[in-house]
Design a protein around this ligand. Structure first.
Ligand code: 6GU
Length: 297
């Protein structure tokens, strides 16, 4: 899968997109990532991407032209973005096992040297043959949840457009396939939201996590019927009077599976009862829930 971002702060992505599971997924070629600097599609000396609001009001808006021109180029051109002028890219190269120590400056705001781009491996599928789904980040977007993450993780190519200031000129949204928000609060820009989405997607990509079954087991995943995950424990079996439930210490896998399902239901009822209405519950799950409510009342 290929994820591209369009931002006036492409360097914000360097560390997050090079660390831990995401970094390894990029090294392994499971995830391709490119951060594009929106300022490369400006035409004035100051590389202006914002302007004041028509009709008055505080704050600046993201201008419409750089976004349109960037999308024209990134979506429309026959050539891969890697063959675009180096000045039009701030690529965040995949980390290599031999890469510089963590204390070395992350890829600087300055454009990536052409040599780094030239040496980057050719993407598995050129974007021209790989139409992107264009996602804008805005507090007015569709609320991100695991279901949406799963849908987007199935796309071959995403182009994530991040705004700053008070948002975008409304006309840019005519270029959006989807607008996404990560919650009911206001961030200073869409970059962190884009990283949240990229992180949540990356761990679903086949091979990204060591244990292939783990993304299926946790909270919110469709395979868990939309419940919170059951409680988990590791050694020691008792710590400061806090004991690991007995059933987990025995090796009876059927009993353990039953206990876990029951705990997932009870935990969801206690902490996120709103999830129960859309959860996929069997008749015996409903009995567990009934017993929990009776015991609780
Ligand atoms: Cl996507 N952008 C901004 N600026 N604020 C947000 C958000 C996005 N999602 C929640 N708050």
């Amino acid at each position: 899968m290929r994820i591209e971002v369009l931002s006036i702060f492409p360097q914000m992505f360097s560390e997050v997109m090079s660390t831990s599971i995401i970094g390894r997924a990029r090294e392994a070629g499971i995830l391709e990532f490119v951060a594009h600097d929106l300022r490369n599609w400006t035409h004035d000396l100051h590389r202006t991407t914002d302007d004041e609001c028509y009709g008055g009001g505080a704050g600046q808006l993201m201008k419409v032209e750089p976004v349109f021109e960037a999308l024209d180029e990134l979506l429309g051109c026959a050539a891969d973005v890697g063959s675009a002028p180096a000045s039009a890219l701030v690529s965040v190269p995949a980390p290599t096992p031999t890469s510089a120590p963590a204390s070395a400056p992350a890829s600087a705001p300055a454009p990536t040297p052409a040599s780094a781009l030239a040496s980057a491996p050719a993407p598995a599928s050129a974007p021209a043959a790989n139409p992107a789904k264009v996602v804008f980040f805005t507090p007015a977007g569709q609320r991100l949840d695991q279901r949406l993450v799963e849908q987007l993780a199935a796309e071959p190519r995403l182009l994530l457009v991040c705004g700053r200031y008070e948002g975008f000129d409304e006309r840019v949204y005519s270029r959006a396939d989807l607008c996404v928000s990560i919650g009911d609060y206001i961030l200073t820009g869409g970059e962190l939201a884009a990283m949240v989405l990229a992180d949540a997607i990356c761990r679903l990509l086949p091979g990204a996590l060591g244990d292939a079954t783990s993304p299926l087991e946790e909270s919110f995943s469709a395979s868990q019927g939309g419940l919170l995950e059951y409680p988990q424990y590791t050694r020691p079996a008792e710590y400061r009077g806090l004991a690991v439930p007995e059933v987990l210490l025995g090796g009876n896998h059927r009993l353990i599976a039953e206990w876990r399902r029951e705990q997932a239901i009870i935990k969801t009822a206690q902490l996120r009862p709103d999830l129960l209405s859309s959860a996929d519950l069997s008749a015996s799950d409903r009995e567990v829930l009934q017993r929990h409510w009776e015991a609780d009342s």
